[in-house]
Design a protein. Structure first.
Length: 118
């Protein structure tokens, strides 16, 4: 009996390790055919409003980055786009501006679609 159990367990392990599946069901039991379920399609992407475009009329290099004034808000040049200044950049620019009160006279005119003057 022990030998038969060992033989059956080794055979079952070998079959399962080979990737085969065995379906065991009692006699007289009818199994319904498998129903194929269609996958749920992914949700459609939500429409996102385009980000506002900031383009200053003129800008200046403050020693760290290019900063300009766009519609009363300060913007700076970063990675190819003009972004609104955060508190750190704005504070640093105002510190620079304190010693350069005539910065608007020497500011570069921004030509839309081109990188800042180097």
């Amino acid at each position: 009996m022990k030998m038969r159990l060992c033989y059956v367990s080794v055979l079952a392990t070998a079959v399962l390790a080979a990737g085969c599946t065995i379906e065991a069901r009692p006699r007289g039991v009818v199994v319904a055919p498998a129903v194929e379920v269609q996958p749920v399609p992914p949700p459609s992407p939500a429409l996102v409003a385009p980000a506002p475009v900031y383009a200053p009329d003129s800008y200046v290099w403050d020693g760290y980055e290019y900063v300009g004034l766009c519609n009363g808000a300060y913007v700076y040049w970063n990675a190819g786009v003009w972004l609104p200044c955060d508190a750190v950049i704005l504070g640093r620019f105002h510190g620079w501006e304190r010693y350069h009160p005539g910065w608007r006279r020497g500011a570069f005119r921004y030509e839309h679609g081109r990188e800042p003057h180097r």
